[in-house]
Structure formats: C-alpha cells, structure tokens
Write a new protein. Structure first.
Length: 222
C-alpha cells in the first residue's frame, strides 16, 4: 500500500498507524455480456452467498438430517476457524463451499478450473484427497439433477483439509467454483457456475438421509 506520503510523520498526521487494516474499494459490476461478474473477495463471498441462498431454499422443508451451516474465519492464514467449529458441532460429514483459482486464460483444455463449465468437484489438493465415497455421492447427485460440474485438482487448500483430520476423521469434500484473479482486488466469476454450485448445495442438503450418510461413512446401507 503506497499513499504517497514522504515521511513517517506525514503518514501519522493523516491518521495512518502501524497495524491499521485496509480494504479494497471495489464496485461489483456485470461484464458487458451479463454472463460474468467482477467483484472483490469472491473467495469466499461465494461460499457465504451460496449457503445463505441454500438455507432460504430449504427453510420450509422437513430435512432428513440435521443441517449446520456457518462461516469459518481465517481460512487463508491457517484454517484457524475450522477447528473450533468442527470440535463444537462434531458433524458426521463436512462440506467446504469455497472458491478456487481458474486456470483457463491460455485456452488449454488440459488445465483445471474453467469458467462456465459448472461447479468444481475437487479430487485432490495439498491438504486432502477426497474420500472416494464422498466423490461418488457428489457425482451421483449432480448427474441425477443435471447439474454441470468439472473435476478439479488444486494447488491450494480449503477448510476441508483441516476438518477431515479432526474428531477421529470427518469425511469431507468441497463444492466449489473457480474464478479468475482471486486474491486480488478484482475477481471475475461465471454466473452459470455460481448457479450450478447453488443448486448442488441445495440438492446435497436434500439427499443426505441416514442411509446415504451411513454409506458414505462406512459402506453400510441402513
């Protein structure tokens, strides 16, 4: 951050102090074709927005499970919020709803994370290999409801990397979207991908009855 001050005294005179926090002043806008949006902090405003919309969608339904939703703090600096929340609520399963870096600028189809190709079904990242039964559950749910998705291998982690190691092991997965230029002031994401992820979260909530959870946990069907 460079405000153009010429001395420490001048910076202090304008109210700047060591340890002050700053935020980017960015307006959320549509792209010209209305297919994508540019905003700051889509990683992870995406997760907060999708979860809130999913809760609205199922609020009047009788769910086959106990649904716990929250926003964990300080994921970017050490997955710090995940530990207390997983310890407190002791979930059977854990789903991180998170945004990842797109890698589609050079036009290669061999990279992971392409805008407009659906939500991200994460297979592997440095912190977690997705449990095959969790992957299969997400695949089956997406295919049943015709929700577009793309497989994803990531160089970065999510809260799932911490959650799956806790409480003697919590099966975890990530329902994600990709976005360009994450961790900068201007992030571009696809509305189509967002809508796919939102529908996936909603259908995941509806699908997790006791039998399905048992199958994911240990292969049992009742």
């Amino acid at each position: 951050f460079d405000a153009g001050f010429t001395s420490r005294e001048e910076a202090l005179e304008y109210g700047c102090r060591p340890g002050d926090t700053i935020v980017p002043d960015v307006e959320t806008i549509w792209t010209a074709n209305k297919k994508r949006m540019i905003s700051k902090s889509w990683d992870n405003r995406y997760g907060c927005t999708v979860v809130l919309e999913a809760l609205k969608a199922v609020k009047d339904e009788t769910l086959p499970n106990t649904l716990i939703a929250g926003a964990n703090v300080q994921e970017e600096v050490g997955l710090r919020g995940t530990g207390p929340s997983v310890t407190k609520f002791n979930p059977d399963l854990f789903f991180a709803v998170d945004c990842s870096a797109a890698d589609d600028i050079n036009g290669s189809k061999e990279t992971f994370g392409h805008l407009d190709q659906g939500f991200l079904l994460r297979i592997l990242d440095p912190g977690m290999v997705t449990l095959p039964r969790m992957k299969e559950f997400l695949e089956d749910t997406a295919l049943t409801h015709n929700i577009p998705f793309q497989y994803f291998v990531s160089q970065g982690g999510t809260d799932a990397g911490k959650a799956h190691l806790m409480n003697q092991g919590v099966p975890s997965a990530v329902i994600g979207v990709c976005a360009r230029y994450i961790h900068t002031h201007q992030t571009m994401f696809s509305i189509k991908d967002y809508e796919a992820a939102r529908e996936m979260v909603i259908q995941t909530i509806r699908a997790l009855d006791r039998s399905t959870v048992n199958t994911i946990l240990d292969g049992r069907t009742n």
